[in-house]
Design a binder for this molecule. Sequence first.
Ligand SMILES: *[C@@H]1O[C@H](CO)[C@@H](O)[C@H](O)[C@H]1NC(C)=O
Ligand SMILES: *[C@@H]1O[C@H](CO)[C@@H](O)[C@H](O)[C@H]1NC(C)=O
Length: 298
Amino acid sequence: MLLILLSILFLSPSSAELAVIGAGWGRTGTMSLKVALDKLGYKTYHMVEVIERNPHHKAMWTEASRRHVKGEPVGEILSKILENYTAAVDFPVAAWWRELSELNPRAKLILSVREPERWYESASQTILPDPWLLRMLDTLSDVHDPVLPVPDAFWDRVLGEGRRNNITREEIIEEFNKNVREFRDFKLPDEQKLELKVGKDGWAPLCKFLELGDKCPTEPFPRVNDRTDFKYKIILPIVIRAVTTSKILLSVVLLGLASVLYALRCLTRKMLRRRERKSETEVTGGLPPSCLLALVRE
Ligand SMILES: *[C@@H]1O[C@H](CO)[C@@H](O)[C@H](O)[C@H]1NC(C)=O
Ligand SMILES: *[C@@H]1O[C@H](CO)[C@@H](O)[C@H](O)[C@H]1NC(C)=O
């Protein structure tokens, strides 16, 4: 009984303190890492947690960035945001790993790594570009989604204020490499730092690092299609929210749908008439002008 109690106390990561902090930037396999850590019993923070479960965190991350820019302390707000989690990976957290390590001195740090050129390829198609189209949709929406300033906040933290929109490929790859160098030089002992090639290294180095003994899963290491996730879990909800909360956008979308349906109906009629024509040698189509207009638009 005592043994069970002790093992629950020490093995289940249930304290408010973070046990694992991810220092790897977004697009280095952070989603697979989150799923893996969750399987190991951690409650792991990730950008999808902000969007799916904690919309109120969006403003908190922006506030953390504002405080940082002003030179004010950020410890209190970071601890507050992560109070319900025992592990945290991906942006925005990865922009703050140094501060989080200070706040949780016993936490282990994991740097998810990826070949820098490949990282750039992926990031430049997902999290790096300024989401001007989403911003535009959001401007038309009647309920603004405060998730859009969050990427600004973490990019400002890692690259410097406003630099995201004015940075070359070489410059950002250098910043990416700098993060790796700073991780290697960070003052923690080696047993508290791990570099992980997510998707290549498998469970073994992670389990050893987290001292799981023989409790390491035997199933394959999670491999989450991050790019699909990015589209459906991060971009799509913003678009849906913008469209459903904006009278203008909703009208445009409904109008678009209506004209497509109308055009389809016209097309079907036209085809039916063609068939009739074959037998009756009728020459004129006889479609109403509005229908023709819809067909031209099609
Ligand atoms: C932590 O969880 C509690 C209970 O669900 C909730 O009320 C609180 O808002 C959460 N904290 C944060 C910062 O989200
Ligand atoms: C963009 O960056 C270059 C060099 O890094 C700098 O000289 C220039 O002023 C910047 N432009 C803007 C609009 O910030």
